[in-house]
Design a binder for this molecule. Structure first.
Ligand code: BMA
Length: 319
């Protein structure tokens, strides 16, 4: 994983807007990302000093130098949400047949749900509905149907009961025929108590490679005194049944080391949320393909690391 020398590639200072709520914002982080219009499009999570959350679009021809919109992305149809919405954040973007599906976390007065939005042009997002039970986050939709169904990974926040599991301890797999109604089909893998990935959640939507679905996720080490440490890791899944784990890296592939990852609104956080292969043309990736991974650093700014499919596969199988 090579950190880009221009990191952090997007900071709060890049947000220039006449919108009254976007003056002197506090942070920009955890972007969703996808190849769009011959470049890389990011949906940025922006927070202001009222701790309100906005989504801002950014686009880059080279995946490094981004031009940011000056106005928040309009979100249409939210009046259909049955609950009072506090925040819509951490978008993950998947293209299916020319439609871009954006799955967000939606904090409401009834808990945190997965919210599903669609667009074909990123001029606005159309809300389609809440598509999980409360309380779920980190929903990532696979970029194709498998065995006639849509698939996603998600991370239910099953609250710890006495002697029970900790919240965020397992990623599960769900399937759907219409993208609205989802059925859990099994656990994908769970956290490793005492190690780097005690609590886990998917990062970007999985990438299709010749060897299987490559899945980048975050792991949280909770056993340090002062702070949780958010890191990134990688796993590999069967192409025909993503619930089947083919391998899982023992070591994290990215951890907070640079100042912009160690300090900020939430210290010690790298939070991968988008991965694109700009030169691949959307095909099944082979080992030489380069991957750009975008992540939030310290819940404060947006950063980029570059790697290859080969290196990520090596990390999956590291002894
Ligand atoms: C998680 C989510 C992320 C955030 C991370 C670190 O639980 O809330 O949005 O980046 O914590 O604070």
């Amino acid at each position: 994983m090579k950190r880009h020398p221009k990191n952090p590639i997007i900071t709060r200072k890049d947000i220039v807007s006449t919108h009254p709520a976007l003056q002197d914002v506090s942070s920009v982080f955890n972007p969703g990302g996808v190849i769009f219009d011959g470049g890389v499009l990011l949906l940025l999570r922006v927070q202001n000093r009222a701790r309100q959350t906005f989504m801002l679009k950014a686009w880059s021809p080279n995946g490094v130098d981004f031009k940011l919109d000056s106005m928040p992305l309009p979100l249409n149809g939210l009046e259909a949400c049955p609950h009072k919405i506090h925040h819509i954040y951490d978008p993950r973007i998947t293209e299916l047949d020319g439609i871009y599906h954006v799955i967000c976390a939606m904090d409401t007065d009834a808990g945190c749900f997965l919210g599903w939005f669609c667009t074909s042009d990123f001029e606005s997002l159309d809300f389609q509905g809440l598509v999980s039970a409360a309380d779920s986050r980190n929903g990532v939709l696979f970029p194709q149907m498998i065995e006639g169904q849509y698939w996603r990974f998600e991370r239910p926040n099953r609250m710890s009961l006495a002697d029970g599991v900790k919240t965020g301890a397992a990623i599960v797999c769900a399937v759907s025929e219409n993208l609205l109604d989802w059925y859990e089909v099994g656990e994908v893998f769970s956290g490793n108590p005492h190690f780097w990935d005690e609590l886990i959640g998917s990062g970007p939507p999985p990438l299709k490679t010749e060897k299987g679905w490559l899945h980048i996720y975050h792991g949280v080490a909770t056993h340090f005194g002062a702070a949780n440490i958010y890191q990134a890791g990688v796993s590999l899944h069967d192409l025909n049944n993503p619930c089947r784990l083919l391998g899982r890296g023992k070591y994290n592939i990215l951890e907070p080391r640079e100042l912009y990852e160690l300090t900020g609104q939430v210290p010690n956080v790298v939070f991968p949320s988008a991965a694109v292969a700009p030169a691949s043309g959307g095909k099944t990736l082979n080992s030489e393909d380069e991957i750009f991974i975008y992540y939030g650093a310290a819940d404060t700014c947006v950063c980029l690391v570059q790697t290859t499919v080969k290196k990520l596969l090596e990390a999956v199988h590291a002894p």
